[in-house]
Design a protein around this ligand. Structure first.
Ligand code: 5AD
Ligand code: SF4
Length: 439
């Protein structure tokens, strides 16, 4: 029985998961647990997992396998997050040394589940499915990021894109009240954070349960919290991307010059198969709003290649869209069939080799686009927020408002702390980063 109240937690996957972990850590600490750095030193080992693609899902089982020998030493294992929700009790069959399996829609019950764990129960589950209306709000968040305060404003997903596991792993869409979001933003500011990132699977599908603020109004209100200098938000869905979001970025200086708007494909036919509920023209109209803003808003996107039935011509249309938009960053993925999803029943006749080839063509082209986009910053002076240091290279690593990585040198004997702001003159450009010196 685990009387030793120490824990080790490892996170896989997206920023939502990273932030869920901050809340889980805070909850564990409030229940008297102490975090340790090594699996070997922990009484309770937790993995917060991701199942977005097959490779991500395999990671947790590899990790469990690597560490199952520790079980003999009386340790307990818990699997949290998307793989937990997706696989449920099957995890106990595959890894019998696991005692607790909980999806993110059940984290509010963690204190109760921990009590049962401490009492020696071995097959504890928190597997609330899409019935859950509640969000996981806690005042005990243990913020692990030194410069960015995350706030989840909307949980779950109701979009059901044909390829995506998230509606099944994170439950149905539910928003927090804007009053509670703003109270958290104020707490973050009081703790000294100057950057806030609002999170949601479809962050702009936000609907205030109190009806006080639209998503754009909430963005503005967060941006006006005293002490906050940068506000980011991710991920936006094109379906719910309204023009007032661009207007508010133009109006409120603290809102960052960046929108992440996943397109997934440039082919109307594939978008339809994907159940994305928009056409390339609809997407490009939103891009034109963003490009027409007074501020230079950078654009990033996600693209899936090799979706079942994607023809060479469909892929060319994705390449055309890439050339037309000239994104500043593209996350490209090979389609990966996921449990429960409608796409799994479609014929996935595109070989792995063909998927890899398409991805390579896409990434090579995008690299050239970025080389040109980034070169336009040469000679500019921009505000950079310090994120980390690279002492080996004598460099400071930071990020511009447009979300571009900036590596720079500064004359100061003591390197500026993460979270500080510097004016940097750009002296070199690359396809994925900028270099410069502080002025
Ligand atoms: N296969 C490949 N990529 C996927 N994504 C989501 N589901 C899948 C899948 N089954 C990608 C999408 C999404 C990003 C987070 O991951 O591009 O926007
Ligand atoms: Fe992975 Fe999606 Fe779950 Fe995030 S929400 S952890 S990306 S499966």
């Amino acid at each position: 029985m685990a009387t030793d109240k120490t824990f080790y937690l490892e996170t896989f996957g997206c920023q939502m998961n990273a932030h869920d972990s901050e809340k889980v850590i805070g909850t564990l600490q409030h229940e008297g647990y102490r975090q340790v750095e090594l699996e070997e030193d922990a009484g309770l080992i937790l993995y917060n997992t991701c199942s977005i693609r097959d490779k991500a899902e395999q990671k947790v089982f590899n990790r469990l396998n690597d560490h199952k020998k520790l079980y003999k030493a009386g340790k307990r294992f818990a699997v949290l997050g998307c793989v937990a929700q997706q696989e449920g009790e099957k995890i106990f069959e595959r890894a019998p040394y696991v005692s607790l399996v909980s999806g993110s829609a059940s984290y509010r019950k963690l204190p109760e589940m921990l009590v049962r764990l401490e009492a020696g129960e071995t097959r504890i589950t928190g597997l609330d499915d899409r019935q859950t209306e509640e969000t996981f709000e806690t005042e005990f968040t243990s913020r692990q990021n030194p410069y960015r305060g995350y706030i989840t404003i909307i949980e779950g997903c109701d979009k059901f894109c044909a390829y995506c596991v998230v509606p099944y792993t994170r439950g149905k869409e539910r928003s927090r009240t804007s009053t509670s979001v703003l109270a958290e933003a104020q707490r973050i500011a009081d703790q000294g954070y100057t950057e806030i990132q609002l999170l949601g699977q479809n962050v702009n599908s936000y609907r205030d349960p109190e009806g006080k603020r639209s998503f754009a109004e909430l963005l503005a209100a967060v941006g006006e919290v005293g002490g906050i200098r940068r506000v980011r938000f991710t991920t936006s869905h094109p379906r719910d991307f309204t023009r007032d979001i661009v207007e508010v970025i133009d109006q409120v200086p603290t809102l960052c010059d960046h929108v992440h708007l996943p397109v997934q494909s440039g082919s109307a036919r594939v978008l339809k198969l994907m159940a994305r509920e928009y056409t390339p023209e609809w997407y490009l109209e939103r891009i034109s709003w963003i490009k027409a803003a007074r501020r230079p808003i950078s654009l990033s996107t996600d693209i899936i290649v090799g979706f079942p039935g994607e023809t060479p011509d469909d892929f060319i249309q994705t390449m055309d869209l890439l050339a037309q938009v000239e994104f500043d960053c593209v996350y490209g993925f090979k389609y990966s069939g996921r449990p429960n999803t409608p796409a799994l029943t479609m014929i996935d006749s595109i070989s792995e080799a063909e998927k890899s080839a398409r991805l390579q063509v896409l990434l090579d082209r995008q690299r050239e686009i970025q080389r040109i986009n980034y070169s336009k910053h040469l000679g500019q002076v921009m505000e950079v927020m310090v994120e980390a240091h690279n002492p080996a290279r004598g460099q400071i690593i930071g990020r511009s408002s447009q979300n571009k990585p900036v590596n720079f040198t500064c004359g100061q004997a003591i390197a500026p702390a993460p979270g500080s702001y510097m004016q940097v003159k750009i002296t070199g450009t690359h396809p994925n980063s900028l270099t410069g010196e502080s002025v």
